[in-house]
Design a protein around this ligand. Structure first.
Ligand SMILES: N[C@@H](CCC(=O)N[C@@H](CS)C(=O)NCC(=O)O)C(=O)O
Length: 208
């Protein structure tokens, strides 16, 4: 097996998504911290010109963009265990991942989580305006995911898929804020899914 190195901080939702696959499959890997609260070093920008995390190194080859990384890892370390079998479910899995990327991550993390958890931890006051404008966007995204998902017990049925790994880290941060109640008011299936899945050992390990 190739030598795998994940670049990124343990607090990153996308880093957690990637690490869950490695933990689920007992794959050994190195974790290299990248500070995302300061300018990225030139050595990191040389492997990821966008400066985002995570980046995965596979021996000397570099992959970035979480959707590319997780599909690669699912193939090489999980023998496609985290990919649904049917074409419709595969498309729905990618649809959920795209909703997380395009419509959920921004309002949940940059909007609610940064304001509610990070700003006060640094002695500041949350910007209630930023939070209030993020809440309906999060709600729309979670309700869209709810309408695609089965949550029985996993998002797309009886096996865990990459979509679960994408959504769990974002919902964890939301669950630490008072806005969780409002954004999940119309998503009863996702609430049941979250209660059943959040103690999963691979998840508990990557969030520790
Ligand atoms: N499109 C990227 C997004 C990754 C992303 O936004 N990562 C966040 C951390 S969870 C990050 O790098 N934040 C630092 C920054 O934006 O400067 C992917 O799929 O990997």
């Amino acid at each position: 097996m190739a030598q795998l190195t994940v670049y990124g901080p343990t607090i990153s939702t996308y880093v957690r998504t990637v690490r869950m696959i490695l933990e689920e499959t007992n794959t050994s890997y190195n974790l290299e911290n990248i500070n995302i609260f300061s300018a990225r070093p030139s050595e990191y920008l040389a492997i990821n010109p966008f400066g985002k995390v995570p980046t995965l190194k596979v021996d000397d080859q570099v992959l970035y963009e979480t959707n590319a990384i997780v599909e690669y890892l699912d193939a090489v370390v999980a023998d496609h265990a985290f990919m649904p079998k049917g074409p419709m479910e595969q498309a729905q899995m990618r649809q959920i991942m795209a909703i997380v990327d395009s419509y959920l991550y921004g309002p949940s993390i940059s909007g609610i989580t940064i304001q509610r958890l990070i700003v006060p931890s640094q002695g500041g006051q949350p910007d209630e305006g930023v939070i209030q404008s993020a809440v309906p966007k999060c709600k729309t995204a979670l309700e869209a995911i709810e309408s695609i998902s089965q949550c029985d017990p996993f998002l797309l049925g009886n096996t865990i898929t990459l979509a679960d790994f994408y959504l769990m880290p974002v919902v964890l941060y939301l669950s630490k804020t008072p806005e969780m109640t409002a954004v999940t008011a119309q998503t009863p299936k996702l609430k049941t899914w979250w209660e059943a899945i959040n103690q999963r050992p691979s998840f508990q390990k990557v969030i520790a």
